[in-house]
Structure formats: structure tokens, C-alpha cells
Design a protein around this ligand. Structure first.
Ligand SMILES: [Zn+2]
Length: 247
């Protein structure tokens, strides 16, 4: 069985029996990889297995297996601050779940760097910037996965929205409908300000948001519709419930 080494980010770990763990990584070379890691729950063998940390994963690879066999993980970038604050941890969990829910072994290679940068930004964000950092990181991942919505032109009639036009977001079409096509449509209203803010988030910037709760709902509903099979990500519920005013 070939021994494989690849850069990897640990996304999730759960206990298996008394001494082992099942670990899920995003790897640069093989997409999402699940490994059975025996004997890592005690002693030195489990050192460095920190969730959201990046490093070099070594495992025995067999194509027909769901769970590969773990050899070792050398932690290079721990990102420990993500675990120190509940809201930061919840935001990082949303990014990890988004990648886990969508990813197989055929994810684009750039997803590895995109997720890594998003986690770095989240780890360094000030308390006020956590929500923004999550929005920008998640839209960046969605873009790499090939699902970025179009802000203009209107996906129904193909006309460019004018500078002050108020359209509506259409989830099935993955874009913003012009005012005429939006008549009778049910999606959230998207004015010029919201379009500018979304465009900035798509570019991985941290714009000032007029309505951050509406942005969070749009992101969550978009992911539910297109990426997570009609079900809200569990970590999204956790994150939203922690925000001030939603408690
Ligand atoms: Zn239209």
C-alpha cells in the first residue's frame, strides 16, 4: 500500500473506541481524506492533532477504502486562537463543515489555500470582525467550488442592473434578478448597497455592512440551497445563536 504525504488541514476529529480517532482532513493533493488513527487518544502519537491546524499528513492510501490508515501528522500551523473563543470557533466550524459537506476527493486544488487563508483571517480578526471574516471566507470557498452567484446581469433576462436598481436574490438561479423580473419573486431584496457589499465580500475584502444579519441569512440560505442538500449546516445554527441579539 503506497505511503502518501500531503499538506493537510484537520477539519474534524471524533473518538473511535477507547484509544482511536477518526480524523477528516482537507488535503491539497487528494481532497477530503478520512483516516482511522489508532492509539492517538493518549500519549505522544496524538500530539499535534489540533482542529483547524495545518501540517503534513502521512497515511497509507488505498483507493477503494473510505477510511485510510493514518501514520502521522506534523503540525506546522496550529491556529490555536480559533479554539479560544466560542464565536471564533463556531465561525471556523462553519467553514470546515461547508468544505466537508461539499467535498469529495475531486475538489479543486486551490480549495486548500483558500480555506487556509480564510482560517488565518478568522484567527487574526478582531472580535468585531469575526462575522465579516466568516462571510468573506465562506463566499471565497463557494467561489472556488464554482458556485459564486452573479450580481449582474439579471439571470432571467440578461439585462445589466442599473446603479440604483433594487432587485431580488433568486436562489435557484444563483443570482440577482432585475426589478422587472423580480416582480412576484420571493427572494430577499438586494439594493445597490448590498450588491456592492457582496461584491467586496466575493473579493475577500471586509466591507462595512448595513445589515449583517441579512448577509448571514443570505449566505446560509444560499449554502442550504446549493451546497448542503437542503439542510442548514449545523454549525451555522450554532454560530447564529451566539450572535448578540439572537441568543
Ligand atoms: Zn431581468
Amino acid at each position: 500500500m503506497p505511503l502518501t504525504t500531503t499538506p493537510a488541514i484537520l477539519l474534524r476529529a471524533h473518538a473511535y473506541g477507547e484509544t482511536s480517532r477518526v480524523l477528516r482532513f482537507l488535503t491539497r493533493d487528494r481532497g477530503i481524506v478520512g483516516v482511522m488513527a489508532k492509539g492517538v487518544r493518549s500519549g505522544r502519537r496524538g500530539a499535534g492533532l489540533e482542529t483547524f491546524g495545518a501540517g503534513a499528513l502521512v497515511f497509507f492510501y488505498k483507493e477503494t477504502r473510505d477510511l485510510q490508515t493514518y501514520k502521522e501528522f506534523s503540525l506546522e500551523r496550529p491556529r490555536r486562537s480559533l479554539a479560544h473563543e466560542p464565536l471564533r470557533l463556531a465561525a471556523a466550524s462553519v467553514l470546515a463543515e461547508l468544505v466537508l459537506r461539499h467535498g469529495g476527493d475531486a475538489v479543486p486544488e486551490t480549495l486548500f489555500d483558500t480555506l487556509g487563508e480564510a482560517l488565518d483571517h478568522l484567527a487574526e480578526a478582531s472580535g468585531d470582525e469575526i462575522l465579516l471574516s466568516l462571510l468573506s471566507g465562506a463566499w471565497g470557498i463557494i467561489r472556488v467550488l464554482g458556485y459564486q452567484p452573479s450580481l449582474t446581469p439579471c439571470p432571467t433576462c440578461g439585462r445589466d442592473l442599473s446603479g440604483d436598481e433594487i432587485g431580488r436574490f433568486d436562489y435557484p438561479q444563483g443570482g440577482v434578478l432585475c426589478a422587472a423580473c423580480a416582480e412576484g419573486a420571493a427572494g430577499p431584496r438586494i439594493g445597490p448597497g448590498a450588491r456592492r457589499q457582496l461584491a467586496a465580500l466575493f473579493r475577500a475584502e471586509l466591507p462595512e455592512l448595513d445589515k449583517s444579519a441579512a448577509h448571514l441569512r443570505l449566505l446560509s440560505d444560499f449554502i442550504t440551497y446549493h451546497l448542503s442538500g437542503g439542510k442548514v449546516l449545523d454549525s451555522f445554527r450554532v454560530f447564529a445563536a451566539m450572535l448578540p441579539g439572537n441568543g
